[in-house]
Design a protein around this ligand. Structure first.
Ligand code: ADP
Length: 273
């Protein structure tokens, strides 16, 4: 629609164009800030284990170092730090691939109960090492079919259970519960461990975010596990949330799309007149 005043029209157009450009610049600036923060986080996370490895090796290489038992201890510690680096690089690779959309969501239909059992079995050994009992709280015997990327949902469960074990309580439990909603299922992973302070909850899913508790207790981790989890769940157009009470435990819950039940009989055809 053109108004009676062509100059006003042009002015309006320029104003709108300027507004658009301003938003574009803001988006680019945010992306740049994000990239800078990401890089600085990565270098920090890489530096810590590398410095430790360097320290242990230098100590052993010192001319005056003779204690073979201590050398073994130092090598073990260096090896543990190499392990940390390996995990970190694996997680970094995963998150960058997920974010670039390089690995698309490969939807299939599968029984979520079976996947949960598989993942629990795979983590049984680790749980035992931490003296934590793994449980599957299944309300219904009937298996529930979901539509999702089986491998990626397996990763979500592994990351959440891995945390439930790492931040769990010795002698405690880590449990997976399954709830049927209208056209979704809700999968919850619950532990009775440290719990998370309320002020930390909003930032928990950010890359590299770790609470003071996990840092001070030196529990290994990249700080990327939950960022990967959130990314996968949201790529499925589903939701993830957390509730936690310090000293009592945490519950992480995510939804999945349920396969609609087939009617046992074909629908009755309507009569044509
Ligand atoms: P990390 O590699 O540090 O475990 P995550 O992204 O998986 O990284 O988790 C981020 C932080 O959230 C952890 O460092 C920890 O402080 C906290 N956290 C995650 N899961 C739990 C849990 N089940 N109980 C207590 N704290 C948790």
């Amino acid at each position: 629609i053109t108004s009676a005043d062509p100059i006003k029209d042009v002015q309006q157009e320029v104003k709108e164009w300027a507004k658009e450009k301003k938003t574009e610049i803001e988006v680019l600036r945010n992306q740049e800030k994000f990239r800078r923060e990401f890089l600085s986080n990565i270098s920090h996370e890489l530096k810590t284990p590398l410095f430790a490895i360097q320290g242990y090796i230098d100590a052993i290489l010192d001319d005056e170092f003779e204690d073979l038992d201590m050398a073994e201890q130092f090598l073990k510690k260096a090896s543990r730090n190499v392990g940390r680096l390996t995990y970190l690089i694996k997680d970094l690779d995963e998150i960058s691939k997920l974010e670039s959309g390089e690995i698309p969501i490969n939807y299939t239909k599968f029984k979520i109960n079976d996947l949960i059992k598989e993942v629990l079995e795979a983590l049984e050994f680790k749980a035992k090492q931490h003296d934590i009992k793994l449980l599957f709280k299944q309300k219904y015997d009937e298996p529930i079919m979901v539509t999702a990327d089986r491998e990626k949902i397996s990763q979500v469960l592994v990351n959440l259970l891995d945390n439930a074990i790492k931040y769990g309580r010795q002698g405690g439990t880590a449990a997976v519960s399954l709830f049927e909603l209208h056209d979704q299922v809700l999968v919850e992973v619950t532990d009775d461990g440290f719990g998370i302070e309320e002020k930390n909850l909003p930032r928990l899913f950010e890359r590299f975010y770790r609470t003071d508790t996990s840092r001070s207790r030196e529990i290994g981790g990249s700080g990327l596990g939950l960022a990967i989890v959130k990314h996968i769940v949201e790529a499925h157009q589903q939701t993830i949330n957390v509730r936690s009470t310090e000293g009592i435990g945490s519950t992480f819950g995510f939804t999945l799309e349920k396969v609609k039940q087939q009617l046992p009989f074909p629908p009755i055809p309507t009569l044509r007149s």
